[in-house]
Design a binder for this molecule. Structure first.
Ligand code: SAH
Ligand code: SF4
Ligand code: F3S
Length: 440
């Protein structure tokens, strides 16, 4: 076996898991294939948060199965959340799959696909075992790194499959996290994003001798030389406490950017979702964050068409979105997931109505994002260069501290910090030209 190809679905957690999968396969001597057609091993790191990624995977596995009929030596491995959720049925659903593995068993993958010595171990293995923190990651961006702080989730949101597939929350030890951040800084990483399903409940399950909380972790990361920017995702509004707000306000490296999932603007629906906050409590928190952290960018996740959502509930969601004026928002149509409570609730909303609400929501989200980006025109913003633009190689692409993508003419290396004068905007990006390099 010489070459692998990996396809990743889903959230940042999965992107990061994929970096570990790649790093591990490469450390065992495999190279990355340029396409699936070219690979001896194809791996799918899957997501099952909504029906859409499941459908997409099915199409990809159909193609892979056809290639396997031509080349019986091709090994197909399916990892991640879909594999975990469908562990009882995956080989019945997709007989072309050789190996399936849950998100907690990445470290075994090399052995199971037969690059660790033994042959391919057909079957399905392991679950929620441990961090793959010891595996060498193959990072996608030179100056940015994901840093996992916890795995799993202890919440019980009634629509969500994540607790079932990622297990109970398990915080990583602070010493291990800081050691990784220090190593990353030494490797030239300038920006880190701390990852967890509920980052701000991090630390509560640690043993008493090392127990601490998320605000302290932010401060410890801020103290690492070379780390210029710190982000985290996602915090749960119910756990966003004052010490974290204080740490954000006081630590220079912590960016003015928070992704604060709303899900719904109706207290009645929030209750049915088991989010454990009300519309008022969310709004109070958003206002408090804006007060404590000047020039804060707020992002969010919203679900439309949750069972029982009336026009009045949806109007409340629109109202909150208008009121908070998010800089960005991910908008989702509610998708029933097998085994979750919401999937069997009465009053499921018909698909056309869900789509109509999504369209109305997206319109508001995009209008506000465009207005907010337009307000930046004329400013000088600090931009961390990520590399050339994906569509125009004469342009560089980078991100502001508020997490907006900026395109500007120039040549420069990933990891450079430059001041950019903002000259134009859309709902998703800013354009500008270099003002000057920021002195180190
Ligand atoms: N732990 C994170 C979210 C992880 S899932 C948090 O709570 O903030 C990312 C987003 O997917 C969620 O915030 C939610 O908006 C959306 N989502 C989760 N389950 C969904 C479902 N069944 N249908 C539609 N959207 C869903
Ligand atoms: Fe899912 Fe809720 Fe946990 Fe987020 S906090 S992963 S939405 S159960
Ligand atoms: Fe992420 Fe999807 Fe799993 S959103 S946690 S990859 S179900």
């Amino acid at each position: 076996m010489r070459r692998y190809h990996l396809t990743t679905f889903g959230c940042q957690m999965n992107s990061h898991d994929s970096e570990r999968i790649k790093g591990m396969l490469e450390s065992l001597g495999l190279g990355e294939a340029t396409s699936k057609e070219d690979a001896d091993l194809v791996v799918f790191n899957t997501c099952t948060i909504r029906e859409k990624p499941d459908t997409k995977l099915s199409a990809y596995l159909g193609d892979a199965g056809a290639r396997k009929r031509e080349n019986p030596d091709l090994v197909i491995a399916v990892g991640g959340c879909f594999a975990e959720a469908q562990q009882e049925r995956i080989f019945d659903l997709y007989p072309q799959v050789d190996v399936a593995f849950g998100p907690g068993s990445i470290p075994h993958l090399g052995d199971w696909v037969g690059v660790g010595g033994e042959g391919v171990a057909r079957g399905r293995f392991g679950t929620h075992e441990h961090f793959a923190g010891h595996l060498p990651p193959h990072r996608e961006r030179a100056a940015h790194a994901w840093v996992q702080v916890s795995m799993g989730c202890n919440s019980t949101c009634s629509y969500c499959i994540v607790p079932a597939v990622r297990g109970r929350e398990q915080s990583r030890r602070p010493g291990d996290i800081i050691a990784e951040v220090t190593r990353l800084a030494f490797d030239g990483v300038r920006e880190i994003t701390l990852l967890g399903q509920n980052v701000n409940s991090w630390g509560r399950d640690l043993s008493p001798d090392i127990r601490t909380e998320f605000g302290e972790l932010l401060r410890a990361c801020d103290a690492v030389d070379g780390i210029e920017r710190i982000r985290f995702t996602s915090p749960h509004p119910k756990d966003f406490r004052e010490p974290v707000i204080a740490a954000m306000a006081e630590c220079d490296a912590v960016c003015e950017h928070i992704h604060l999932p709303l899900q719904s603007g109706s207290t009645r629906i929030l209750k049915a979702m088991r989010r454990t906050y009300s519309r008022e409590r969310y709004l109070t928190l958003a206002a408090r964050l804006r007060e404590a952290i000047p020039d804060l960018a707020l992002g969010t996740d919203v679900i439309v068409g949750f069972p029982g959502e009336t026009e009045a509930d949806f109007a409340e969601t629109l109202e909150v979105v208008e009121g908070v004026r998010y800089d960005s928002a991910f908008t989702f149509i509610y998708s029933p997931r097998r085994g979750t409570d919401a999937a069997v609730m009465a009053d499921q909303i018909p698909e056309p109505l869900k789509h109509e609400r999504l369209e109305r929501l997206v319109e508001v989200v995009q209008r506000i994002a465009a207005e907010k980006n337009a307000e930046r025109v004329g400013n000088i913003e600090q931009v961390l260069v990520e590399g050339p633009s994906r569509t125009d190689p004469t342009l560089l692409r980078g991100r502001t501290r508020r997490n907006t993508t900026v395109l500007f003419p120039g040549v420069g290396e990933a990891g450079n910090l430059v001041d950019v004068t903002i000259e134009g905007s859309t709902s998703t990006t800013l354009r500008g030209s270099i003002a000057s390099a920021v002195p180190a």
